[in-house]
Each structure stands twice: as structure tokens, then as C-alpha cells.
Design a protein around this ligand. Structure first.
Ligand code: C2O
Ligand code: CU
Length: 459
């Protein structure tokens, strides 16, 4: 296997002064362009299209309070729309599916960076082509730091490692099989981390912060770490989609669905000179075509620790998570279903332009939504743009709210088979029409996506 690659850190071109706020704005440029990747030696190269010609795209390292403008330039044949997933962006910069940028055009996206520290990611959101564009490479990390988190002395720098998981399928000639004509799912049997199938990563025998993102178009994972004796290695979950939990949650496995981000701290100090394997036991045993999907990557633990930064015991408390206040009742409910070959939300597809705005929450108000999975054996990770939500309950299925989901703020929540998930969120800070949808990108493209319109109280 090959070493774990790291996407380059994106450098700003220059800064200028925002004439309205007087604050400095950092300006970046990204080119969406074709590139090639040799995955199978001796076979053809895979033809990909990525941000700056890499996948994952370059990583943005952002500081809370520094606004940014990113110019995305289209040097690819396909239309794109860019969504910064996890940001409360204004509607014009949120990657609305129909707001596409064509070949040889560009669009400037403004990002406020006013939220607290969290792991975001940017990815394509073009109408009916999101699965294909994200799968062929248009996805990258966007990490927001802040002073409050920096003071917690968590593992930083080389000990803070973003890991984008993805699952893909190749043809026998070495090129990538396209999801473009799929209507259900593309699970894929080749597990990639940061673009490389089943890589290894050399670590020191000490604590690491790992930022997991499931950037797959359809595959979910249940991750666990295994030592050479076959024993499971425990770790702490420290953060969710919207940043730090209130305190670390000890566990031996981590469920992660498409678009979710979960961050953990794991201590390799007991494994000096040994290997620790990251494995998956979700959706692996059912089909011989997928018999290597129980492996993800390998950590090769060295014998020397070169820095003690962030290597002390974790604090017992990280922060007060700004959860929305409790309220009685359910304001709205949404059924995620399948009807006549299409995937629907309350019977509507995104193509149903007249009916697709399913909710009009008032800006600043807290609402409780029931997300109901009525689609038989399918599960759906549901993403609501703009807001951070608390998971109130999970019922009707086999699972309840997971230990690390309790008291966490999320922007995606998995509706497992038959489940109803109740969430609570404050609809703020902006007015406007935002999307919510299934993040199985094939379901999203076929057309399990709707919208809500946040309106001012005075309207
Ligand atoms: Cu990560 Cu609407 O998308
Ligand atoms: Cu779905």
C-alpha cells in the first residue's frame, strides 16, 4: 500500500479591506480542473476532476473572525455549484443546486467564518450532477479554528489529521466507474482515505486528533481500531459536525454516515513499534464483491515521540455547547420516501419547483422537526443547510441516539432503516431559501431534496 497523502494547504492570494466592515478579507482562488490518478499500476489512469486538480481539494485553514472570498474558476467541462458544508452562508453563496457556474466562468463565494471552531468541507452541489462531480474529486476540507479551542491544548499541527473517507468502484481497465447512471446507490469496494486506497500512515506513540469526514457518495462506516493481537483500541470522540462536544465520550467504535464529521483523540502510546489497523464493520459481510471493505487504513506506530504538545490527558470538559432551548411539540414533519423510481420528501422532488419549499420558519425561532424514514430498507443521512441541530430522539428503528450524538450539534443526521429522528434547531442567522436533502448523493440527485424559506418575524 501507499502512504496517506495530505492535500496541500490553500494559500490566500492577498487580503483587502471590506469597505462595509473595515475588516480585512482574505482572497483565494481555486481552479476546478481535470487531472489523472494512477490507482492500479500497469492499468489506465483514472480521469478525475478536482479543486486545483487534487482530491481531496486543498485544505483551507481558517481563523474565526477572518472573512474570506474564494473565487472558484471552472476549467472543467461540467457545471459546478460549490457548497461550504457546515457554514451558515448567505443564500447567494450557499451552493444552491441551480446556481451553476459553467465552463470558463467563475463565481466568487463569500464566507463569513463567524462560527466557532469546526471541521467543514466544501463540495459540489450542481443540480442532478452532485454525485458524479463529488465522486470524481470535487470535495475538500475547510477547517475553522478559534482561540477558545486553541486553549484546550488538543493535539495540533502534525498531530491534528484530517481523514476524508470515500468508497469507489473501478473498471477492469483501471478507470473509475461512474455513478452517473445509478439511481439508488454506489457503494464501491475500494476504500480511499485522502484519495489513496487503503493507505498507511506513520505516527508517533502518542495522542492524535483525527478529523473524520465520510465523503463517500453512498457508503456509511462503523469504524474501529484493532491492535496486532486483534483487540479493539478504545478512543474518545471529541467533536461533531459543529465543533467540540461538551466533554470527551469514550467509545470503541464510531458510526459515520455520508457528510458527517466526527473528531476523535486516540492514544497510540501503548503500541510503540506496532501497527494499529482502522477497520469497518458496517455493510461488509453481505456481499463477496465487497470483501475488502472491512479495512480502511493502517497506522504504523514508531518508537520516538518528538513533541509533547497536546499529549497530556484530555480535559474533562471542553465547552458549553450552544444547544437550542427545549420546547414542547413538533412544528413540522418530513417523510423521506421512495415513489415511482424517484426519492421524495413529503411526496415532493426538487424538480417540483412550485411545491418544493416545504417550510417557512421565522428567523431566530427554534423549531422541532420530525424526520421520518418511510422508505423500506434504505437509510438516509439528512442534511439541513444553514442551521446546527440537536438530536432529540431516535425512534421506530433499532438504534436510539448514540452516546456521542447526545448533546452534540449536527448538520447531518442519519435516519437508519425505519427510523424517525426528532431534531431541534434555531433558524438563524439569515433569511432566505435553503436546501435540505438526503446526503446519499445519488438520492439527492434523484431528487430527494426540498427547501425551506427563512423569513423575518415582521413578514
Ligand atoms: Cu454537503 Cu447540501 O450538502
Ligand atoms: Cu437517501
Amino acid at each position: 500500500s501507499q502512504p496517506l497523502p495530505f492535500p496541500p494547504i490553500k494559500q490566500k492570494k492577498y487580503s483587502y479591506t471590506n469597505a462595509t466592515t473595515g475588516q480585512s478579507i482574505d482572497y483565494y482562488e481555486i481552479e476546478v480542473k481535470p487531472y489523472e490518478q494512477q490507482v492500479y499500476p500497469g492499468l489506465k489512469k483514472a480521469q478525475l476532476i478536482g479543486y486545483d486538480g487534487t482530491s481531496p481539494g486543498p485544505t483551507f485553514m481558517m481563523e474565526r473572525g477572518r472573512e474570506a472570498v474564494v473565487r472558484f474558476i471552472n476549467h472543467s467541462p461540467n457545471d459546478f455549484s460549490v457548497h461550504l458544508h457546515g457554514s451558515y452562508s448567505r443564500t447567494a453563496f450557499d451552493g444552491w443546486a441551480e446556481d451553476v457556474t459553467k465552463q470558463n466562468q467563475y463565481k466568487d463565494y463569500y464566507y463569513p467564518n463567524k462560527q466557532s471552531a469546526r471541521t467543514l468541507w466544501y463540495h459540489d452541489h450542481a443540480i442532478h450532477h452532485t454525485a458524479e462531480n463529488a465522486y470524481f474529486g470535487q470535495a475538500g476540507f475547510y477547517i475553522l479554528h478559534d482561540a477558545a479551542e486553541d486553549q484546550l491544548n488538543l493535539p495540533a499541527g502534525n498531530y491534528d489529521v484530517p481523514l476524508a473517507l470515500a468508497s469507489k468502484q473501478y473498471k477492469s481497465d483501471g478507470t473509475l466507474f461512474s455513478p452517473a447512471s445509478e439511481t439508488d446507490s454506489l457503494f464501491g469496494d475500494v476504500i480511499h482515505v485522502n484519495g489513496q486506497p487503503w493507505p498507511y500512515f506513520k505516527v508517533e506513540p502518542r495522542k492524535y486528533r483525527l478529523r473524520f469526514l465520510d465523503s463517500s457518495i453512498s457508503r456509511q462506516f462503523k469504524l474501529y481500531f484493532q491492535d496486532p493481537a486483534g483487540k479493539t483500541v478504545p478512543f474518545h470522540v471529541i467533536a461533531s459536525d459543529a465543533g467540540l462536544l461538551s466533554s470527551p465520550v469514550s467509545t470503541t467504535n464510531l458510526e459515520i454516515a455520508m457528510a458527517e464529521r466526527w473528531e476523535i483523540v486516540i492514544d497510540f502510546s501503548a503500541y510503540s513499534g506496532k501497527n494499529v489497523t482502522l477497520r469497518n464493520n458496517r455493510d461488509v459481510q453481505k456481499d463477496e464483491d465487497y470483501n475488502s471493505t472491512d479495512k480502511v487504513m493502517r497506522f504504523v506506530v514508531g518508537t520516538a515521540v518528538t513533541s509533547q504538545q497536546g499529549n497530556a490527558a484530555l480535559r474533562s470538559s471542553f465547552r458549553t455547547v450552544p444547544l437550542p432551548p427545549a420546547k414542547a411539540g413538533v412544528d413540522r414533519s418530513f417523510r423521506f420516501e421512495r415513489s415511482g423510481g424517484e426519492w421524495t420528501v413529503n411526496g415532493v422532488t426538487f424538480a417540483d419547483v412550485k411545491n418544493r419549499i416545504l417550510a417557512t420558519p421565522k428567523r431566530g425561532m427554534v423549531e422541532v422537526w420530525d424526520l421520518i424514514n418511510n422508505s423500506g430498507g434504505w437509510s438516509h443521512p439528512v442534511h439541513i443547510h444553514l442551521i446546527d441541530m440537536e438530536i432529540v430522539s431516535r425512534t421506530r428503528g433499532k438504534r436510539s441516539v448514540l452516546p456521542y450524538e447526545k448533546g452534540a450539534l449536527k448538520d447531518v443526521v442519519l435516519l437508519g432503516t425505519g427510523e424517525t429522528v426528532r431534531v431541534r434547531a434555531r433558524f438563524a442567522p439569515y433569511d432566505g431559501v435553503y436546501m435540505f436533502h438526503c446526503h446519499n448523493l445519488i438520492h439527492e440527485d434523484h431528487d430527494m431534496m426540498a427547501a425551506f424559506n427563512v423569513t423575518s418575524l415582521s413578514n
